[in-house]
Design a protein around this ligand. Sequence first.
Ligand SMILES: C[S@@+](CC[C@H](N)C(=O)[O-])C[C@H]1O[C@@H](n2cnc3c(N)ncnc32)[C@H](O)[C@@H]1O
Length: 294
Amino acid sequence: MEDHWGRERLAESILAALAAADHDRGPLTIDDLAVTDEFHGGGKAATVRLATLLGARPGLRVLDVGGGLGGPARTLAVEFGCHVTVVDLTESYVQAARMLTTRLALDHRVRHHVGNALDLPFHDGAFDVVWTQNSGMNIADKDALYRGFHRVLRPGGLLALQEPMAGPLQPPVFPVMWARDASTSFLRTPAEMRGLIARAGFRERAWDDVTAETAGPASADAIPAHSAQRLIMGEALDEIIRANHRNRTEGRLVLVQAVFERGSVHVSSGGYVPAGAPRGGTGTRAPAPRARSR
Ligand SMILES: C[S@@+](CC[C@H](N)C(=O)[O-])C[C@H]1O[C@@H](n2cnc3c(N)ncnc32)[C@H](O)[C@@H]1O
């Protein structure tokens, strides 16, 4: 995955691109950064939409899984008053995210860690909200992923997700933003996603197909040089955007925003297990967080 997502000297490239776009005079704002750090379909508007669907409010302890460059986390902190812990597998993103969070003087409300969504390095019940936006597409073992979300949420906590899913016509046209070919793309249909999230112990509160309202441009011409898409995908972006347009208009990909509530039990391979109980062989967890921090 590091090979697909990671980029050398990303923080420096972002600063240079912001300067070239004239965003380096005076203090940076989250709106100056939105084109660069909201790395998902629909941009910052989609983040605000999902936060509103969730009912985000001051003081919530949010874990953003696969939080990338940290745009959604900083929006949750600045516009909704949340305290956000971000975990992402890609080291260059975490470094760039920390740099941007410090530039916006948000270190007291947004923390960044390198870590794997499939092995979340946090205590059971440590968060009020798990937030994940366009991050599960490379993950094959979605049952384990959602079991992990359930484990780190407190009873009654909420899961907010934005996720590309398999549309009625398969397969998708490649390359897509997260994969050059089918070998690293693991999408499920909306029905399959609802089933596996329910099996992990969640109750559905909201489910919105946002494919039409988050549709991006049909060609990459309109995408600025300081966007995350351009900085990270480089010349590959034009083909990705053409494929994305086909995938959406031909019904090969759909984008969903949803909110779920954590139930008090989850289903493991061994049957129902009371939430928070030690799982076979794994024992209790180390104090949260044990992720690599700054
Ligand atoms: C398209 S980006 C989305 C970033 C961010 N959520 C946003 O919307 O701006 C996908 C992110 O998922 C991260 N990712 C992929 N697999 C992961 C895993 N197993 N654990 C943690 N992060 C992962 C990638 O490093 C990348 O930052």
